[in-house]
Structure formats: C-alpha cells, structure tokens
Design a binder for this molecule. Structure first.
Ligand SMILES: Cc1cc2nc3c(=O)[nH]c(=O)nc-3n(C[C@H](O)[C@H](O)[C@H](O)COP(=O)(O)OP(=O)(O)OC[C@H]3O[C@@H](n4cnc5c(N)ncnc54)[C@H](O)[C@@H]3O)c2cc1C
Length: 425
C-alpha cells in the first residue's frame, strides 16, 4: 500500500477522499469519524459538542455545500449567554444593553478608557482588548471554565479566533442598537440527516478504504517505508500521514529523543464529558447554543440539537447537550457517568434552562482529547515536536496530531493541502 493514514477522523477521511494514490486508513474504533461522530439514543441524535460547520475559507464552505447537496440545513446562529439570570445575545460585547444601564455603562466606560499595557497572557489580553467590565463579567470566567486553567496561564497563540469588535458596535450595543458580531459564524451549515457525522458519510461516499478496530501500537521505520502494527497485525506503507492524537502516537515510536518526549509530555489537553438530555416538549428548540460563564454551573455551554436539525429529535420533544471540560483531580473527572448527569440536570434546572420533571432520556460520552490547551510553554513544545516528525519524514495533520486548536473546517483545509502535496510528489 502506498499511503497509510493513521486515524479515521475527519482529517484522515478528507485526506483519503482527495488522494489520487492508493491509501488505507487505520482507525482504532469500530466506526470512523472521531470527534465528528454522532451518537443515537431512544430516537435522539447528538454530537460531541455543538458541531456546526462554518469557515473563513470560502473553498471549504463550497466543498461542504457540494458534499452535503440534498442533505444541507442552513441555519442562522441564535446563541445566547446566560448571565446573572438572564439572556444576553452572543457575543457578549454585541448586546451590552441587555445587562441593564449600570452594567452596560461599566462595560462601555472601561472599554473606551482602557489603559492596560500590552498583554502577555489571556487574562491581560481580555483587559487590554475589552476593558475590565467585559473581561470580568464574561470573557475571563467563561474562558476559565472552558480551558479549566487560570486565564493568566493561557498564552495568546489562539486569540485570533476571538474576533475584535469595531468600537462602533460596542457603543451601539450599549445603547441598545442591534449589532451582530463574529459574522463568519452568523450563518452555519449542518447536515439535515445524520447529525455532524453526515459530513463524514458524505466524504466516504465516493472513496473509502478503512480498517476499523485497528488500534495502532507501534510504528517502525524500515529502509523502504513504514511498518504499522496493532500488536497482532502488521501493515506496510511507503508514506505515512499521522492524524491521531499525539499523546497516543508518540508511544508507538522507538528511539524518540528525550527532548521530544518531554515536549509532548508538557502538552496540556482537556478532556470532556458530553451530557445529553431530552425533554418531552419543544422548550429546547429556540436557541442554537447557550454559553454559561457562572462557575457554579458544571457546564460552560449547552447546544440545542433540534435547532441544528429537527431530525435529531422525536416529534414534540427537544434536547440539548452540555459540554463539560474536565481534568484529573478536578472532582468532575472522578464522577461516575450518572453522578455527572445528575449534577448537570440539577444545575440546569436550578438556573431555569431545563425543567427536570420533563426529562425523558439522558446519555453521556467521555472524550479523552477534547481541547489542546495553549499554556505558556505551548509554542516551545509544539516546535520541538513538529521538527522531530519532520526530521523522520512523517506528515502530521489534524487537531490532536498537530496539537492545535482547529475546527473541522481547518482540518479539512489542511487535509486537502496534504492530499495535494502527496499527489504531486
Ligand atoms: C466539544 C467540541 C466541540 C466542537 N465543535 C466544533 C464545531 O462546532 N465546528 C467544527 O468545525 N469543529 C468543532 N470541533 C472540532 C472538531 O471536532 C475537530 O477539529 C475535528 O473533528 C478533528 O478531527 P481529526 O480527524 O483531526 O481528529 P479526531 O476526530 O480526534 O480523529 C482522530 C481519530 O484517530 C483515532 N485514533 C485514536 N487513537 C488511535 C490509535 N492508537 N490507532 C488508530 N486510530 C486511533 C480516533 O478514534 C479518531 O477516530 C469541536 C470539538 C469539540 C471537542
């Protein structure tokens, strides 16, 4: 076989789809899709988080439209932030009037009279970019929940993902004049049928050569290529593209320099619990997502599956998923599935986002690798890791292989580039 693609998430599947050479995907689980998989329970479908499709890259939007032709739901974002007991439109800085006059004034005056010095970490960046009001009421508490680390320990490599609003918008929003922020994701795409996984099936429709249940445990360089094994079967390839999580991948290689092992050991990542709740009415249908900065509530974001596609809920019902970031030792990590579900229900019921009496079914998925975390040693460590893989001739592509906070659209874009490069070599 010419090319071995290690890992069958959206990155690996996109690479294969656009390669014009023979290739095989090796995937540890019984089904491909990775983080883009959709799970089903009692007639309800749900994803690993709010898996909506949007991109700054028009070529990717066009590709997604083509792949999902006949199965495409176009949606307008209806995200809210649940702040101090009421809803504020997302992003926060575009709906300051919803906070009431005193708080809106506080946000606005600090935004305008902002003399914070140039930032070195996310906390400083929040003050520097948005001022004390917006930083302390929303940005810092929300980010400390999703990243599960104090904001002054987060570096700035990823902040270009947070668009900076024009000053006119912030002033208008404080005065109650309607504005929209984060325009690149105001409209998004989602498969009508099949949940987020619908895109995986669309990619696999024309071409798919996947060996499932193949958990790679060793990767060895040979004089004429590579040997990849799961401990019982061995496959050989001329070239490799590695798309599965780096923390797992590095264990498969021999003679890894100590510096590389230590860099990868230094990568911080967040695990997730995805709690699914369905209710016997349509009350969870009117938002796309609700962001919850309140540290007393276990989840930082809930997404309403029926808003993305009605095919994910049974008639007359609705559902949400609660995204929870967790790491060993934080108390959530140690919870059983039912304890985590119970805590989520209790918190959402307390703040009024659900009525616990109406719940008809629940479920939970554990995700080991959810978010790569950009701590202060991120850049140094990532460079050491990437340089080494380059030196041994293994191409890295994807969220946890490259160890970068990228969404499916960026994974697809990079996968296309890798495929094109391999096609021309
Ligand atoms: C909570 C959450 C919400 C998100 N929301 C969005 C969103 O709204 N929009 C968006 O575009 N993106 C979103 N993303 C990001 C998106 O899910 C990822 O960027 C994308 O799915 C990563 O794909 P990947 O193929 O690089 O990696 P993965 O999906 O992680 O795939 C890696 C594959 O490797 C396999 N594997 C692991 N170990 C081995 C082994 N030893 N041997 C063989 N195979 C192995 C895994 O089973 C998996 O299938 C979200 C992610 C999370 C966690």
């Amino acid at each position: 076989m010419t090319i071995g693609i290690l890992g069958g998430g959206i990155t690996g599947i996109t690479i294969q789809r656009f390669l014009n050479q023979e290739s095989e995907i090796l995937e540890a689980s019984s089904k491909p899709g990775g983080l883009c998989r959709t799970y089903w329970k009692d007639g309800f479908g749900y994803d690993i988080g709010g898996h909506i499709l949007f991109s700054k890259h028009e070529a990717i939007n066009t590709l997604v439209d083509k792949l999902l032709e006949g199965n495409l739901n176009s949606c307008k974002r209806a995200n809210k932030i649940f702040y101090n007991g009421h809803f504020v439109k997302y992003p926060f800085e575009n709906d300051l009037a919803a906070l009431g006059k005193e708080e809106a004034f506080e946000c606005l005056i600090h935004y305008i009279r902002n003399t914070y010095p140039k930032p070195n970490n996310l906390k400083e960046w929040a003050y520097y970019t948005f001022g004390k009001g917006i930083a302390e009421k929303y940005l810092i508490p929300y980010n400390e929940k999703i990243w599960n680390i104090p904001a002054d320990q987060l570096s700035l490599e990823w902040v270009d993902r947070i668009p900076k609003p024009p000053m006119e918008d912030v002033v208008k929003s404080a005065l109650g004049i309607e504005t929209e922020g984060y325009l690149h994701q105001l409209y998004f795409r989602y498969p009508t049928e099949g949940g987020a996984e619908g895109l995986i099936h669309a990619l696999m429709k024309e071409k798919s050569n996947i060996t499932s249940n193949f958990k790679i445990s060793s990767i060895r360089k040979k004089s004429d290529g590579w040997e990849v094994s799961d401990g019982s079967k061995t496959k050989t390839y001329e070239k490799l593209v590695l798309t599965f999580p780096m923390h797992e991948a590095i264990k498969c290689f021999e003679n890894v320099p100590a510096e590389v092992l230590s860099a990868i050991d230094g990568f911080r990542y967040n695990s997730m619990r995805i709690v699914f709740l369905a209710v016997n009415d349509e009350s969870l249908m009117n938002h796309s997502a609700v962001y919850i900065p309140d540290p007393e509530v276990i989840t930082h974001r809930v997404c309403y599956m029926g808003y993305f596609s009605k095919k994910l809920v049974r008639p007359g019902t609705s559902s949400l998923i609660a995204e929870i970031t967790t790491n060993p030792g934080d108390g959530v990590f140690e919870m059983t599935d039912s304890e985590c579900i119970e805590k989520t229900i209790a918190d959402l019921n307390r703040i009024g986002l659900i009525d616990k009496e109406k719940i008809i079914t629940t479920d939970l998925q554990r995700v080991k690798y959810g978010y790569p975390v950009y701590d202060l040693s991120y850049s140094k460590n990532v460079k050491i890791m990437r340089d080494w893989f380059k030196s041994i001739g293994v191409t890295l592509c994807g969220r946890f292989a490259e160890f970068e906070y990228i969404n499916s659209d960026e994974c697809m874009k990079r996968a296309l580039s890798v495929a094109q490069e391999l096609n021309t070599r």
